[in-house]
Design a protein around this ligand. Structure first.
Ligand SMILES: CC(C)(COP(=O)(O)OP(=O)(O)OC[C@H]1O[C@@H](n2cnc3c(N)ncnc32)[C@H](O)[C@@H]1OP(=O)(O)O)[C@@H](O)C(=O)NCCC(=O)NCCS
Length: 234
């Protein structure tokens, strides 16, 4: 099982600690559920995050994905995972009109939970990067897909930094607005033309661009706010 030592900044005390990144297993489930509940309690806007049920976590550990976690002083402080949705009706490949035969090769970047105590370490990205590397190494899947709330800046940054592109902005999970993003694994680097910068809160403009065939490829932070860059594949 994957294990790695990593340095973690504690922003509240301005100190550094040694953490461990390792693959989690079914024995970790109680601690994971507790961490998820703690993180939800801290959230001001609960719309941003859909929690996983115990059954959904068990499904992942039952050979349908995997989860990497950060351990600090013997406790789990963060985790990010993937799930293989296979023929389930929530397969995001259906939202993106993938071919029927490709649906079994879809991986969802599913859950990301980071305790406020370790925020500021880009832990979601660090764990997601390792998870995605494993998907690529295993060489069994074709698409990495996810959904992210347009209000969840950290997750949008993680999604785009991992190389996924925003393919849609639509209502999911009982009317909650979500970006649907995708990375096609093992493809040559894609070049984009006609880059357009749109304020992250301008959903109308983004939807117009998506309808014209644009995809969201990167973000740009400046004093006025955050912008998403949309482009068309060459
Ligand atoms: C989303 C989450 C996983 C991110 O945690 P994290 O990786 O520790 O995030 P960080 O604190 O390191 O922030 C990552 C980046 O987002 C930026 N960011 C976060 N909120 C921001 C905002 N409102 N405006 C601008 N930038 C913002 C941070 O500045 C940082 O960027 P930087 O590295 O350039 O400074 C965490 O907030 C969390 O657990 N949230 C609740 C659960 C959730 O929403 N999960 C994701 C959906 S599945």
């Amino acid at each position: 099982m994957y294990t790695e030592i990593i340095e973690i900044k504690d922003l509240s005390t301005n100190t550094k600690k040694e953490g461990i990144i390792r693959e989690l297993c079914i024995d970790d489930i109680e601690e994971m559920i507790k961490l998820q509940n703690d993180v939800v309690n801290y959230l001001e806007n609960k719309e941003m995050f859909i929690t996983l049920s115990r059954e959904e976590i068990e499904y992942i550990f039952d050979g349908n994905g995997y989860i990497f976690g950060l351990i600090l002083e013997g406790k789990i402080f963060a985790y990010v995972g993937v799930v293989y949705p296979k023929e389930r009706e929530d397969n995001l490949g259906l939202d993106l009109n993938l071919d029927q035969e490709d649906l079994e090769y879809v991986v969802h970047l599913e859950t990301a939970v980071v305790h406020p105590k370790v925020r500021g370490n880009r832990m979601q990205f660090q764990l997601a990067k390792r998870v995605v590397e494993k998907v690529i190494e295993l060489n069994q899947m074709k698409y990495i897909l996810n959904t992210v709330s347009p209000l969840n800046i950290a997750s949008i940054m993680t999604t785009l930094d991992l190389g996924l592109v925003i393919k849609d902005l639509k209502e999911k999970y009982n009317g909650k607005l979500r970006y649907v993003s995708a990375l096609k694994i093992h493809t040559e680097k894609i070049n984009f033309k006609t880059n357009m910068k749109v304020p992250i809160e301008d959903y109308k403009k983004q939807l117009e661009l998506i309808k014209k065939g644009f995809v969201g490829i990167s973000y740009y932070k400046c004093e006025e706010g955050i912008y998403l860059c949309y482009g068309v594949m060459e």
